[in-house]
Design a protein around this ligand. Sequence first.
Ligand SMILES: [Mg+2]
Length: 292
Amino acid sequence: MPKLPVILNPSAHSEKGRRSADVIRGLSDRIEVVESHSFDEARQIAVEAASRGCPAVAAAGGDGTVNAVIAGLAGSDTALGVFPTGTMNLFARELGLPMGDLAGCWRVIEGGATKEVDLFRAGGGIFVQIAGVGFDAQIIEETTWESKKRFGPLSYLMSALSVAGQRAPRLTVIPEGGGAVEGAFVLIGNGSLYGPAFRVFRNASNDDGMLEVLVFERQSHVDIIRYLSGITLGKVEKMKDVTYLRAPALRVESELPVPVEVDGELSGTTPVEFRPTARRLGVFVPGGEGEA
Ligand SMILES: [Mg+2]
């Protein structure tokens, strides 16, 4: 087996990041840690590894790092391994990787079991887990780096309160096959998990070629709390001012440009089209460890 390039989170210069990098380096002499200094560079390293014909590349970081690496691997035969060292690690949790156990994640990669997962493009971006138009993208847009550093996860709540106080945009969601729906904001799932612990898309499967779509009619403080409780109770799809649909592709339009996020990273504004990539991505998943 050739060496496995492990692309490191660009913000791995923090103490926590350095510690994870050391742990990963120490797991095996078949691991080659490659530092990146930006998401763009992380993507570029993945592009080069894929074009060299590397059978596998791993991302060490959070969902932003995973997103940069999948953007580089999309369309190639190179499989993705994940060392979840970020805050949310939604994709790693979706895959059922052992959390807080980097040695366990290495055993998953060594085990060699892979799953082919759907990737979707949205405007100039690509995503494997979730995307949003409006509300949640606006929160990401308003949450500055300084605020994150100062207030941690609370900074998102502060932005959410601010965005919910603003006038909601008017979006038109046009799924492939017709049946346009209007709303204030849209969440789009390839995977089921979003946020700290929300199973937003209960029926999601990331290998069925379909996107799960929730269109929310309003976004005042009271509405957001209501939607969150609907999500927590597992009945958001049935709320009367929420539309749930599934589609292989869709388009979202609005009168004024509204921000779009993919896997938690901003990716342009409306109008935006969500459509599947030509090929799925191989991802290491638990199940092969016993055979290693
Ligand atoms: Mg799906």
